[in-house]
Design a protein around this ligand. Structure first.
Ligand SMILES: C[S@@+](CC[C@H](N)C(=O)[O-])C[C@H]1O[C@@H](n2cnc3c(N)ncnc32)[C@H](O)[C@@H]1O
Length: 371
């Protein structure tokens, strides 16, 4: 523990197992050959089941011809430690993760075949992970997160950032842990940047009458150093009456263009650098959403689009080590970013693989391909 009286640290039962004589034991880093499921090479921007994100003329020119996107099946602790051994330290520009939320049912996958809802029991690998993650309660969950966050920090580029998507179950504990691993922000601006609220109206009513409905997730946003890559995004906000600096658009509505806040909800009208407007739907995926893949914890591409636009440029490398149905990877693909994804569940890998290949196969020729 640093010799600093103002320092605060979260403790959990197994944390000091890795300390010997007051020194930190390094986190194990085995190097295993990968189970690479697919390499999908050409980035696509147009088409698919969502509208194109960018006009074709913004197709990234710097997309390397020899780059191979990676989809890896396995426990991400092994995947990341192998990536570290294989020379990926400091190479990843952005990591987004949406790990299990410590809800107790994170490894049961609900899906649909035809009209029939199916609950898929965890496989043996998933069951083992479930036991590792939850058998010691919150302490083993925190140990599981800590080991992985330390590896993620190593993989991040010096000006890279990370988003950790959680909710009320464990988000506050992981926030304190992130302060330790990345830095608490504050004066030297190291580490912490925002706690983003992703708000929604869907889902059920509270189980106990004394609860307010829980209708937001938190996305912890941290950077590796004090000067991360950050593209300031502006949003157009409409008002019913004229307001301070408000202007009027062609249809007479009052509006102001303001910096995008750390509260994301519904539809956001972004004002692009070329002054064009881009409306992004960040609502959660529900059964009738066009992008729905019947993967219970699937997040929306609109949410990922906003996060990726703020912290990456075309050609950057985006990783999601808990990729689930592949939302981050699909969004990265459509925005012309390179990507690396992994998941423990074979089912998740299959869903992701199909999703990425569908993007790949269902496109008109992009300008890039015509060249
Ligand atoms: C909440 S889901 C992610 C959903 C994803 N964001 C989406 O939009 O579809 C969490 C995923 O993490 C995976 N997972 C849990 N522990 C893991 C581990 N140790 N290594 C790799 N993947 C893991 C689960 O199999 C699950 O697919």
């Amino acid at each position: 523990m640093p010799d600093n009286k103002k320092y605060v640290e979260l403790l959990w039962a197994e944390k000091y197992d890795r300390y010997e004589k007051g020194e930190k034991k390094p986190i194990e880093k085995p190097n295993l050959p990968f189970q690479v499921v697919e390499t999908v090479n050409k980035p696509r921007i147009k088409g698919g089941y969502t509208i194109s994100f960018f006009p074709e003329d913004e197709y990234p020119a710097n997309y390397s011809k020899d780059w191979k996107n990676l989809l890896i099946w396995g426990d991400n602790k092994l995947v990341m430690s192998s990536l570290i051994k294989q020379g990926w330290v400091g190479k990843i520009n952005l990591i987004y993760i949406d790990p299990p939320f410590f809800t107790g049912s994170d490894f049961t996958i609900r899906t649909k075949i035809g009209d029939e809802a199916i609950e898929k029991e965890p496989s043996i690998i998933e069951e083992r992970a479930y036991k590792d993650t939850w058998s010691g309660g919150i302490a083993s969950y925190l140990e599981y997160m800590y080991e992985r966050l330390v590896l993620m920090r190593e993989l991040l580029a010096e000006n890279g950032s990370i988003y950790v998507h959680l909710d009320w179950h464990a988000g506050h504990y992981v926030k304190v842990m992130m302060d330790e691993v990345f830095g608490p922000g504050g004066e030297n601006k190291l580490g912490f940047r925002n706690e983003i609220s992703w708000c929604y109206r869907t889902g059920g009513a509270p189980s106990k009458e004394a609860d307010f409905p829980k209708k937001h997730d938190i996305i912890l946003f941290y950077s590796k150093n004090a000067n991360p890559k950050f593209n300031k995004l502006k949003e157009r906000v409409y008002y019913e009456k004229p307001f301070f600096t408000s202007l009027r658009d062609a249809s007479g509505r009052y509006y102001a263009d303001v910096l995008l806040r750390d509260v994301l909800q519904d539809k956001i009208t972004l004002v692009l650098n070329n002054s064009k407007l881009l409306t992004v739907n960040v609502k959660p995926v529900i059964n009738v959403s066009a992008e729905c893949l019947n993967f219970l914890t699937q997040k929306s591409e609109g949410l990922l689009q906003v996060l990726l636009m703020a912290t990456t440029d075309p050609g950057d490398i985006v990783a999601d080590f808990f990729c689930g149905s592949g939302t981050t990877l699909a969004t990265a693909e459509k925005l012309g970013r390179k990507w690396i994804g992994s998941d423990l569940s074979k089912f998740a890998i299959q869903v992701t693989r199909k999703r990425l290949l569908d993007i790949h196969n269902s496109k008109d020729l992009t300008e890039n391909e015509k060249r």
